[in-house]
Design a protein around this ligand. Structure first.
Ligand code: VAH
Length: 315
């Protein structure tokens, strides 16, 4: 069996950094090639493995690299997230969509073994039932980011059905991590709050106190991604992205969790344009299909995550 060679596009992003490091544990450093737009020293551990500067939308450069390195799998993580996407809709559509379409085509052309492409609970909109949102339900995204993610899911399903391309995807909730900074997300308050709690013992939340959103600690998301990608093909019953869930909480609740460690921590609320985005998303997600099909199980709840975040950010 030909040795797997994995190309991660968008390796310097919030998910990319951790997925690169995790896959280099799973395989070997030389089998996992990281790439991103950034030139200089990237947040990846120096010398942890091969790195290229690469623009996800430059299919000529992507195709040359895939052929040169005999790539067998691509993880396409490059994207503009929900809040940034609303500031530059056409750029978000171009980056999120055209990169995927070109790489799906390339995947058929060079017969890639697998492609991973992240979706999001942002595919759901105001018409979707908000609680325990099902895998199959009303899906009418209201942000450019959500529109691009749902369109991408449909294209991935099409390339699997038409050409057998093994594309797999997850609808991530808000992801919380300490190794790498998030960028441009509506759920990013849940990362900022830990930094501010340690630095200033105070945080002003851009979402109102009772804004419940589906969330997940990055270690769970990374493990879930690799478990999905390593699952035998016959277990993958959905070629739309799988709902994936761990917990839901509000700014008020995460503040209370932090106050168990930093009693003097205080929070106040100044909702901005991101409130409307958050209000369009589900409060909780039903991920029964992921649990039944490929045995997904989350491990971190809010208090366990808070413990991990504060412990690691204090280092
Ligand atoms: C965002 N972190 O806020 C992303 C995520 C569900 C939210 O897709 O845009």
């Amino acid at each position: 069996m030909k040795q797997e060679k994995i190309l991660i596009i968008g390796a310097c992003g919030q998910i990319g950094v951790e997925l690169t490091l995790a896959l280099r544990q799973q395989y070997s450093n030389s089998q996992v090639i990281a790439s991103d737009l950034r030139e200089q020293a990237h947040p990846l551990l120096e010398g942890s493995g091969p790195y290229y500067t690469l623009d996800a939308t430059d299919i000529k450069a992507v195709s040359e690299l895939v052929r040169k390195e005999a790539i067998t799998q691509i993880y396409l993580l490059a994207a503009l997230l929900s809040a940034t996407g609303e500031k530059m809709p056409m750029k978000a559509w171009d980056i999120n969509m055209n990169s995927l379409l070109q790489i799906l085509e390339l995947g058929v052309e060079v017969k890639l073994n697998k492609i991973y492409w992240p979706s999001s609970i942002a595919v759901f909109g105001t018409t979707t039932p908000k609680n325990h949102t099902a895998q199959k339900t009303i899906v009418e995204p209201t942000t450019v980011y959500g529109i691009s993610k749902y369109a991408g899911e449909l294209w991935a399903q099409y390339y699997h059905r038409r050409w057998g391309l093994d594309v797999r995807s997850l609808r991530y909730p808000g992801l919380i991590s300490w190794k790498s900074a998030p960028g441009g997300g509506t759920t990013d308050y849940a990362v900022e709050i830990y930094h501010e709690a340690l630095k200033n013992k105070q945080y002003t939340s851009f979402l109102s106190e009772d804004t419940y959103l589906p969330m997940m600690y990055m270690d769970d998301a990374i493990r879930g991604t690799i478990e999905l990608m390593e699952a035998p093909e016959e277990q993958i019953k959905s070629r739309m992205a799988y709902n994936l869930s761990a917990m839901s909480f509000s700014p008020k609740e995460i503040a209370a969790s932090i106050q168990q460690h930093i009693p003097e921590f205080s929070i106040d609320y100044a909702p901005d344009f991101r409130q409307a985005i958050a209000d369009s998303w589900p409060s909780s997600i039903d991920d029964t299909d992921a649990r039944n099909d490929w045995h997904w199980k989350h491990q971190f709840d809010l208090d366990k995550m808070t413990q991990e975040m504060l412990k690691n950010l204090r280092k």
